[in-house]
Design a protein. Structure first.
Length: 530
């Protein structure tokens, strides 16, 4: 058992930027379940949406975000994010993040890209690997800070909720340490920054760490969770043959912002049939269009064609995508890229207010795990890194100005599970089998186009697997595999419940049984009774 002033769970942009801010006020323990760089942040390509003047305006970015959010975004959250954006980007630059620049009228200015749903070019980026540049700089700063301790290969299992208080206050979390022991870390402030849930689906752009842990952890503790039916499918992941699933390499939307065109196998461009913004329509529209085209043609993918642009410019703007496609036998300056949609971003999450406070006192959240209200029913491209950095800052401002004090933690002493039995070899094999089953079920039945019949079928099957996993987790020693599977199953089950609850089609949630959008937009908010 240990104590800290702040406990941060996750080492992506949200966790690292929060840690850097609060470290001026106290000691920070930051736990992360793999090596420190492993996060969705590290793989971000397109960049960070921000208004930097010129032809752009705050009003225009706010309007584009609300338009994409399909009536469900919270205006106050969107306004804050957009207006505070430039300051946060300047801070990232001051921390050492090197974005791409260009010369305009002899002046060196940040280069701005264009992505779907944006009516202006406003994406600051570092070529096509913005995320690794941000991640690298933030980790370096955290490692240098004397008040921050980064603990790798340490997975948060559950929150420590004070049973003596009403409502129960979060006092820290139980952690599975690198030596596979359970340890309690107590802190008056716990910051949840565990990122996304793409791994709940068979095909995803997310790395395998994205198992929805934070949502599951917060749910079990009784936090309010919302809008999980809005899983965003990115339209253009590199097609990989076979049924195995896994992480699909992303072909950034910035490629379409650069002039890339989606084509059928016979070469016809098809987006004019779906949206006036053509290939730069919002993501839900483009993903559904590709889904429809694939179903109509029976093809396994469509093509993305950027060959009309000068090869040197393509190579300079997209060095990682160029290299990765070349490794797969495609020179994108002369050939078309086979692309398919893949699960990419969870728009819903743990409900927070405008300062990252969840419904559980002492527990804060920001980044992809949180539902701040910005994204509504569909996220505008490159708004998530911005949202993460803005709301982590706001949470830090509040959290570090609270008086830091410890209460009596002795009542938690006996609360660690006393399970000592190891799962059998056979059970361990079944764990990976169950993980695959759930991800495939979600892909087949809870994907881009849904129906009540499919959702009900998925619900029954996922619940069955979930009961078995809960049983295993309650009687055997926890391993990372069991923890992740339990969380994937819970998040899958919550996505299905929320999707069944929404009797309309809005943004990313499209169901053939309720194809229209209701007049009044409502969040789907649920919590576990504890
Ligand atoms: P993450 O960066 O995912 O970090 C989560 C951290 O929590 C990780 O360190 C993880 O290991 C850790 N963790 C998880 N569970 C536990 C646990 N139980 N215990 C301890 N640690 C845990 N957004 C944009 O705005 N612009 C883009 O260009 C862009 N491109 C993208 C490209 C790809 C391929 C992907 C996958 C996403 C992209 N996104 C983009 C989305 C964006 O990257 C993410 O939404 C954002 O990085 C999330 O940041 P985060 O800090 O919330 O979570
Ligand atoms: C991309 O580069 O297409 C990803 C941008 C995002 O997810 O915001």
């Amino acid at each position: 058992m240990r104590k800290s002033d702040f406990l941060v769970i996750g080492s992506g942009i949200a966790g690292l930027s929060f840690a850097l801010k609060v470290a001026s006020k106290g000691r920070v323990i930051l736990v992360t379940k793999k090596q420190d760089t492993e996060s969705n942040t590290n793989y971000a390509q397109g960049g960070i949406a921000v208004v930097l003047g010129g032809e752009d305006s705050f009003e225009q970015h706010i309007s584009d975000t609300l338009q994409t959010g399909a009536g469900l975004s919270r205006r106050s959250a969107v306004e804050l994010m957009v207006r505070e954006g430039p300051n946060r980007i300047n801070e990232l630059v001051a921390l050492g993040v090197e974005f791409s620049y260009k010369y305009s009228d002899g002046k060196r200015v940040l280069a701005l890209g264009r992505e779907g749903g944006h009516t202006r070019s406003r994406i600051v980026h570092r070529a096509d690997h913005t995320g690794s540049e941000v991640e690298k700089s933030l980790i370096k700063r955290c490692q240098e800070h004397p008040n921050i301790e980064i603990e790798e290969h340490s997975a948060a299992v559950d929150l420590l909720i004070d049973p003596k208080e009403r409502p129960g206050r979060c006092r820290g979390a139980t952690i599975l340490t690198p030596s596979r022991e359970l340890e309690m870390i107590f802190a008056p402030v716990t910051f949840l920054a565990t990122g996304g849930s793409g791994e709940v689906y068979l095909h995803t752009t997310n790395p395998p760490i994205a198992t929805g842990d934070g949502i599951a952890i917060a749910w079990r503790a009784g936090a309010r969770v919302a809008n999980l039916e809005f899983m965003q499918f990115h339209p253009t992941a590199f097609y990989q043959s076979g049924l195995g699933g896994g992480t699909s390499f992303l072909i950034s939307e910035a490629v379409r912002g650069f002039g890339g065109v989606l084509r059928r196998r016979d070469g016809t461009a098809f987006m004019s049939q779906y949206h006036s913004m053509l290939d730069l329509a919002p993501r839900d529209t483009v993903a559904r269009a590709i889904d429809k085209e694939m179903k109509a043609s029976g093809d396994d993918y469509v093509y993305l064609d950027v060959t009309a642009r000068p090869p040197d410019e393509v190579r300079e703007r997209f060095p990682s995508i160029y290299k990765r496609c070349l490794q797969n036998g495609i020179d994108i300056t002369t050939g078309w890229i086979p692309v398919v949609p893949a699960a990419h971003y969870m728009c819903g999450g743990v409900v927070t207010d405008l300062h990252g406070r969840t419904s559980i006192p002492g527990l804060y959240a920001a980044g992809e795990v949180a539902c701040s209200g910005v994204h509504g029913a569909n996220r505008l491209a490159s708004n998530s890194l911005l949202e993460a950095v803005v709301f982590s800052h706001r949470a830090a401002e509040i959290a570090m100005n609270k008086q830091i004090k410890f209460s009596d933690f002795s009542k938690f002493e006996d609360r660690l599970p006393q399970n000592v039995t190891h799962a059998s070899e056979e059970e361990l094999v079944l764990i990976s089998h169950d993980r695959f089953q759930i991800r495939k079920l979600m892909w087949d039945y809870v994907g881009i186009v849904r129906s009540t019949l499919r959702l009900e079928r998925a619900r029954r099957r996922v619940e069955l697997i979930r009961e078995e996993i809960e049983d295993l987790a309650s009687r055997s020693r926890l391993t990372e595999g069991v923890i992740e599977l339990r969380n994937i199953a819970l998040v899958a089950s919550l996505i299905i419940r929320m999707a069944l609850h929404r009797k309309e089609s809005r943004g990313l949630h499209f169901t053939t049984d309720y194809p229209e959008m209701l007049e009044k937009a409502r969040d789907t908010v649920m919590r576990k009774r504890v």
